[in-house]
Structure formats: structure tokens, C-alpha cells
Design a protein around this ligand. Sequence first.
Ligand code: SAM
Length: 229
Amino acid sequence: MFRTQLLNEVVLKLLGDLNGKKILDAGCGQGYFSKILSDKRVKKVVGIDGSENLIKLAKSNYPENEKLQFSIQNLKNPLPFKDNEFDAIISNLALMDFDPIDTAISEFNRILSPQGSLIFSILHPLFTNGYLHKNIKEMIFHKPPHYAISNYATPFQKKWHIQGITHATTIHHRPIEYYSNVLSLHSFVISKIQEPTFPKSIIQSKNNFIKLSAEIPQFLVIKALKTQK
Ligand SMILES: C[S@@+](CC[C@H](N)C(=O)[O-])C[C@H]1O[C@@H](n2cnc3c(N)ncnc32)[C@H](O)[C@@H]1O
């Protein structure tokens, strides 16, 4: 719900005019957003992901065609694309899943066209550092909306817990400043930062977690423009 109702709209707006463009979806998972993009008047969308299983799933969910292609690629390694090949790169909720991200950001700069833009979303660092998910059941059903923040400034990694379940994914918490530094190190300039929240009308919701989402952003979305090295 958060993804479809909040994130997609913001990301699509930041991508802007897609007409005739070649787009990379980096960390595309099972490919649903690559498919959304390829249904527009783009030239081509290439979805890449490090997971063999997810790329297999993407290919079976959304058969490849002249506008849509998937391949297995590890974003920690150099990518098999030409310099300046893409007009835009989108990376949805993937950069907080691996470390380090320097090679990915440097490669994004290399394969983007001179006017190209990188748009990426991550789980907001408010959510990757602390207490919210640990106590999510309590919070949804019993407690008034609140959020406790700890360990914000120092990057760290942890297994992802949600609703009492530990997931296989390792989440890398990094403060916003970290992303800003890596981007400028690799010749990107940030043109927009967005922190999508649900509309205030959601305050009517009985679910405290949803209520809280009108004030505390779930996602951080950054648009960065390529500059010459
Ligand atoms: C939370 S999922 C998001 C998937 C998709 N972008 C979406 O929004 O549904 C994060 C994705 O990043 C991929 N990923 C994590 N580390 C990666 C790496 N080093 N190289 C390529 N993909 C990676 C995972 O396999 C996973 O599909």
C-alpha cells in the first residue's frame, strides 16, 4: 500500500517525460516497476537485480520484449553497459540492501547520458535505525503514535525485523548525509529530495501506524543529476 499509494507517484513525477527514453531499473526485484515504465512511451527499460530467482520471476511475470529486458547483475560490481547509455536510472528501495554502494553510484554516473538523472528511493533512515518495527504490533493496536530514534548518525547494518519476523534481508542504515556525500564524490548533484507522507485526512484512520505516516515519512526519494567528472 505504501509503495503503490505513495512511492510510485512521486518517483514517476521525478522521472518526468519518459518519451523515447532508455531507463535502467537498478535492483528491480520481480520487475513490477520496470513493467509499469515499459508500458509508457519509453524506448526501452532494462531491469537488473542481483537475485537469480527474482530475475527468473520477473521474466515469467513480464515476458521480455523489444521495450523490456531483464538481467542478473550485482550492483557492487562494474556494470556491462556502455558509457552514457541511459537517459535515466531508477533504483527503488535497493540501495539500503547492500554495502558498499560506491561502485553502484560511480557506475550510474558513467552509464548515464550527460543530461541524465538518477532517482532512487530508500526506506527513510528514520525507519532503519530503531524502534518502530520492533514494537509495531503494540504501536498499531495499543499505543498512541510515537517514534523513538536512536543511533542515527553512524551507519550500521542489521537483519530486518517486521511484525516479530526476522527477514533474510540485511538493512544498511545510513544517515541522509552519507548519501549526499557519496553522490557528490561520484559527480552527482542533488536536485530534489522528497519525503512522501500520507495526506492529513488519513489521521481519521484507527490504525496508529497509518496515522503516524501522515507526519513521519516512510521513504526518502532523491533525484540527482549527472555532472561531468
Ligand atoms: C526491497 S527490494 C526492491 C525491489 C524493487 N525495486 C521494488 O521496488 O519492488 C530490493 C532489491 O534489491 C536487490 N539487491 C540487493 N542487493 C543487490 C545487489 N548487490 N545487486 C543487485 N541487486 C541487489 C534485491 O535482490 C531486491 O530485489
